[in-house]
Write a protein that binds this ligand. Structure first.
Ligand code: PLP
Length: 451
């Protein structure tokens, strides 16, 4: 495969960024199966091989796990253990001064907010288009999650809406690098600086993603990573906090370990809290083994995704999610693109996804409307929230959540491939584009078929 230089990558990112209007000159002329019927209508599948299984493991993981099993300490109590090794290596890889392992990505977010002493009465701003854990971590502190809408081209939090949501109760801005692509960090950090608010990066999907050549998770006061089993770096369940601030790291260490923080730490001044959020040696050993493949896998995903974006951009009605110009690398935990039914005879997204999956390219519509789920709509009825904030504030809170862009993106537009699709070959990427072209060619028939 042709080596993808950073310049080429940025070039393709800016093409992607222009949305659906601009279609570059064709670099790929594959159309082998366009004449055969779509698989959904009984024709042959375009893609017959399956994509790589996840996780990828070999004897490296087996040995690491056995070493942990035979060691005298399974929990984390002494120095020079597997968790220490991982923290040192992950911090180094990210260019962060400090890394702390915890038992999940949710715990990483919870720890960061705990170290900032976020609690009842405080507001934290986050995007609507995210996994529910981002929201839950705020609610676990009995703070108010302020949910804002997204930029429909990138699916990332809209910084203007983020700024508009700031009140005197706001204590932190919490962008999410959704899909593994960086949110608009320059704008968000600038807003944070201007309002004197810490930025917490939810980088749970964004291992090794870069903004202007620097890894995400190193820009705000703290970055949160997840190592849950679907993630690009995986130990079943696990997480990490990264930061460049020594005193803040000490506060995180304290919060994740029963509040064992020195009282002269400035982050301890608001009152010390803590619990047990520590990682086990089993989790850390698997992470150390998985780390041996992380960079190569990230490179493969990045190259395949860049190529896929270029060829999908040639298809009218298909537009890869925009990458902001500061993006020098996406982690591509998800490959997200926009589907416009107007170019597919008005076929619903659900039918399009059914047809694409039948061609051998498994896909999904991604997140639904988080703001309409009972977890959120029932919060105003929670007796603790009523006690802390009052019924009126809680009623107003629900009304403040207005996310029309999310309704469109999650309801009609977004289509996702999982990261394992990007671990395939260049030919696989070409076949995905070919499958979509075939669906487009037969769109009317597929739409009308009684299946
Ligand atoms: C954006 C985001 N935030 C937070 C989390 C929580 O991570 P975990 O599942 O490890 O608790 C996830 C994981 O799925 C996530 O995707």
């Amino acid at each position: 495969m042709k080596k993808i230089s950073r310049r080429l990558f940025l070039g393709s990112a800016s093409i992607v960024g222009t949305g659906m209007a601009l279609k570059p000159t064709s670099i790929w002329a594959g159309n082998r199966s366009l004449d055969s019927k779509p698989a959904l209508l009984g024709g042959e599948k375009t893609i017959t091989k399956s994509f790589p299984r996840w996780p990828i493991v070999d004897t490296t993981e087996e040995k690491a796990l056995l070493d942990a099993l035979r060691g005298s300490r399974w929990g984390r109590r002494v120095k020079d253990n597997a968790a220490d090794n991982f923290e040192n290596n992950y911090a180094k890889l990210l260019g962060a001064n400090h890394c702390l392992t915890v038992n999940s990505g949710t715990s990483a977010l919870f720890t960061i907010m705990g170290a900032l002493n976020i609690g009842p009465g405080d507001e934290v701003i986050l995007p609507v288009y995210t996994f529910i854990a981002t929201y839950n971590a705020v609610v676990l502190h009995n703070a108010l999650p302020i949910i804002v809408d997204i930029d429909p081209e990138s699916f990332q939090i809209d910084p203007k809406k983020m700024e508009a949501a700031i009140t005197k109760e706001t204590k932190a801005l919490m962008p999410v690098h959704i899909g593994g692509s960086p949110a608009d960090l320059d704008s968000i950090l600038e807003i944070g600086n201007r309002h004197n608010l810490p930025v917490i990066e939810d980088a749970c999907q964004a291992h090794l993603a870069e903004w202007k050549g620097k890894k995400v998770g190193t820009f705000g006061i703290g970055g949160a990573f997840s190592f849950q089993e679907s993630k690009n770096l995986n130990c079943g369940q696990g997480g990490a906090v990264t930061t460049n601030n020594r005193q803040f790291m000490d506060a995180c260490v304290g919060f994740h370990h029963q509040g064992s923080i020195l009282q002269d730490n400035p982050y301890a001044q608001g009152g010390i809290r803590g619990g047990n959020l520590r990682m086990t040696e089993f989790q850390a050993s698997i992470l150390n083994a998985q780390m041996t493949r992380l960079e190569q896998q990230a490179k493969t995903r990045s190259e395949n995704a860049t190529y896929l974006s270029r060829i999908l951009n040639e298809i009218p009605g298909i537009a890869p999610a925009k990458l902001y110009p500061g993006t020098t690398n996406s982690a591509y935990h998800l490959y997200m693109f926009r589907y416009d039914s107007n170019y597919f005879a008005g076929m619903s997204r659900a039918r399009f996804m059914e047809a694409l999956s039948a061609e051998g390219a498994p896909c999904s519509g991604g997140y639904g409307q988080m703001e309409k789920t009972p977890r959120i709509t029932s919060l105003p009825n929670n007796r603790h929230y009523i006690k802390i904030y009052g019924e009126k504030t809680m009623k107003d809170w629900l009304e403040r959540i207005q996310c029309p862009q999310n309704a469109k993106v999650s309801g009609e537009i977004a289509v996702w491939f999982s990261q394992t699709v990007l671990l395939g070959s260049k030919t696989d990427m070409e076949q995905i584009a070919e499958a979509i072209r075939k669906i487009q060619k037969y769109a009317q028939e597929i739409k009308e078929a009684k299946i």
